[in-house]
Design a protein around this ligand. Sequence first.
Ligand code: NAD
Length: 472
Amino acid sequence: PAETPAVTASGSAPVELPRYDRAGIRTGIVHFGLGNFHRAHQAMFLDRLLALGEGNEWGICGVGVMPGDARMRDVLAAQDSLFTLVLKSGTGELDARVIGSIHDYRFAPDDREAVLAELTAETTRIVSLTVTEGGYRLPEEGTENPLGVFDLIVTGLARRRAAGTVPFTVMSCDNLPGNGEVARGVILEAARRRDPELAAWIAENVAFPSSMVDRITPVTTDADRALVRDTFGVEDAWPVVAEPFVQWVLEDHFTAGRPALEKVGVQLVSDVAPYEKMKLRLLNASHQGMAYFGLLLGHTFAHEATTDPRIVAFLHRFLAESRPTLDPVPGIDLDDYVNTLFERFTNPAIADTLNRLATDAGSRIPTFVLPTIVDNIAAGRDVTFGAALVASWVFQLERDGHAQPAQTEIEHNLTALAAKLEAEPRAIIEYAPVFGDIATHDAFVTPYLATLEALRRDGAAATLDALNGSAE
Ligand code: NAD
């Protein structure tokens, strides 16, 4: 096969290439949802390990189940599974490396049995996931999706059990609180529907470590492809760009061994929960806080929104409201953490779009924002800024929601409810699949309705000025 990305002599800047023997790599990890984040994070850590001369048995085989993943299949097939990762610092430095840890790919709609063969191989010891927050919903009971991630995993586990093969570990790397527990819950439910004894065996024998993962990784643009070609001399149909910052805190709980990730910068801990909570409630919630207000103020990129003083002031007030809900985080100074967050957000080279941050809000708002509000209400603390964030989303949905076709049933329902808001201001917050019972708490509803009304009446700029100027 053509060994591309092809490195030509024309590149003016150096690019680091895999110096290890890729022919010796075997699949130890099957990864579902091989997108940009996985390639900038887990695949990069395994590439580091391979560069140390270790971990040959932990090569990655990607699996795509969505129709859109056919493109990843084709790109990887044409490039011997290689791709370029370019890290862009805020001061303009670039660091490029060709990542070699992914060595195979299976597209489930082409050949379901080929995916199952990977899942049942004794040498496969970890199945990891970045299938987005919305990817953890099972189809309704009674409906089947044999190409769904969880159907494939449960089938793989059932076959291993029947063959007496040790089960693999299931390692979720999605942005969900307790992502290991969430994956476990979904897989046990999918297994129970098939055979309660299988579910009991999985509960007893399979490890589901939780993890906190962090590296802002935007969607690849044509300009990124041109940069990789012109600056580094690499012809790559789908490179990845990301910020230099990277973090992975991983619960050290594995069914059948793991790569020596502690040698390449991964923090292995017994309890990930405080790290995860910190990251979701500060970083991911801030992304929500900048996305809708940012779009309403006419910004396109995260670095524009986070250099707009109105949004900066709002985010600081929102973070001050969130911090009392965190638990102590071993080894982390929260003031430093927040300062670093703003440095990362304002990195212009990343050009993360507010539209990317605003996708899948029906999953992201309840994951990143509502738990903080619920905790603050329970503790009798103010939720003005959390409620205002929710109102910014709802107002932006009302204004622009119909511009994008709904991808999920929840999105479809939310867009329909947004159309009724004029007459029924509580329409969206009473939608239980997203909001639970939060609309029964006046402590939330009062500031929420006040901000929604202010946005309608005065616009985003004046609303933020009023919020930010309100008494400390
Ligand atoms: P991406 O769009 O590049 O890739 C997403 C992958 O998930 C694709 O392969 C897609 O086909 C697959 N997918 C989507 N819905 C699915 C479903 N219902 N079932 C199975 N597969 C599905 O996105 P990305 O940037 O790689 O982000 C993916 C996830 O990684 C995020 O949702 C988040 O949980 C996590 N993450 C991302 C970042 C980031 O900055 N991009 C940072 C931390 C964590």
